[in-house]
Ligand binder design. Sequence first.
Ligand code: ADP
Ligand code: GLC
Length: 490
Amino acid sequence: MRILFVTSEAFPLIKTGGLADVSGSLPAALQNIDVDVRILVPGYPAVLNKLINPRFLTTISNLPNVGAVNLVLGEMPETKVPVIAIESAGLYQRDGGPYVDATGKDWEDNPTRFGILSLVAAILSDDKSPLSDWVPDITHCNDWQTGLTPAFMHFMSARRTQMKQAKSVLSIHNLAFQGCYGPEWVGRLGLPAESYQINGVEYYGQLSFLKAGIFYADGLSTVSPSYAKEIQTEAYGFGMQGLLTSRGKEINGILNGLDTDEWNPATDPYLVEHYDANNLDGKKAVKAALQSNLGLKVEAKTPLLGVVSRLTHQKGLDMLLSSAETLINQHDCQLVVLGSGDKNMEQGYRDLAKRFPKQISVTIGYNEELSHQIMAGCDIFIMPSRFEPCGLNQMYGLRYGTPPVVNNTGGLADSVQDTNEINFKNNTATGFVMQNAEPKALISAIERALGYYQDEKAWKIIQENGMRQNLDWTKSASAYLAMYQGLLEK
Ligand code: ADP
Ligand code: GLC
């Protein structure tokens, strides 16, 4: 089976969040079960620099707003999964992030940048493709940036008879980002005028990339079973619950797996010492190094709470900001935060660290190395998200013996087992689940965690329960394969 995996970011080429982790590791897991998969990604400077053995593949001409782009074929650094990068000086060769400029503002030409990514994916999806020796069976799109692909594919096949075309799948990693632009973009991107209607790409007076994908894709999935249900409700549907409910039975909820080589406390190159579920001793040295590097008091027994996150409303870290002082004053604990996002929240955390320099360390920015050190060096990982399609950090926490405190939602609810009496007795307790997204509930869940932390033996059991879980892609990659097969048999 051939899969074209279309994405706007893929680790280790380019990453802003969990989508990159999934786009790096799911295709590799599919390759391990003999799926012939290629990743299609924009050729940002980092992508073209890191691609192994890049070679010119073909040119695609007559594209709206850009004319021609080149396709470059290379491989992923470790996994050797083939990658097709779209090379376009005008669209992708610039400093700044994949979506925003250096000041954090969305690139104005994002509709063209991701419209072209979507269109190129569609062009590669049938037997008229310039790569006619490699036509996919499934074109697997991810999030709004690739949402127009199923729409383009739909209209291409409507124009031609007797064509062999891939089936399209859209995976929703986050419904909050919908790629909405003015209706003028319908024509500018070469979509037919008739696509602009309720039964099409129109969404509250705009063109929505994500809605287009949800409407036209042959298959739909999202990244956890709970989120698959939640997005069909008003509270979590971000306005798309009606459409999602109409396709409800078709939405596959498949929990993300982890790249267990990249995230492995027994081999992690960023750690001063290594450890595993059989011997956690090395974790103490990692904690001491983290405390010392960040200017915190180096104290083995003081519980160290950790955060690595986008600082946005979704992640609920405003609740931690407003609770941190209470926690620090009432409990002898420390806090390490790494993240960026909302400017007010960034400032709030900076101010907090200034007031408690020996207890709180805040790093604003993106730092791969520090993120691993926090996962390993902290005692408790904090992730009180208001909604969380899947979430990877809580699972990294489980794997690194850093039990997570999470809200009861989406993938957090699906991956963390609360430490209550029954779960503890059954050796299934892996973390601490808040009952709702409120500061009080967060404080109380953290206090429960701190209570268990004082009992060394009990704490070790919770750590080991998490560390012994199989969090790799094996099960979920098979679930994707089953979904692909189901679509091809339809
Ligand atoms: P989301 O994709 O919604 O941000 P996930 O938990 O799925 O959330 O994935 C976030 C990923 O991004 C994780 O791999 C996490 O380690 C990483 N990450 C988030 N913020 C930072 C940061 N400031 N520095 C380094 N890595 C980060
Ligand atoms: C999104 C979601 C996150 C998920 C990630 C990868 O960024 O916010 O919950 O883990 O995608 O699927």
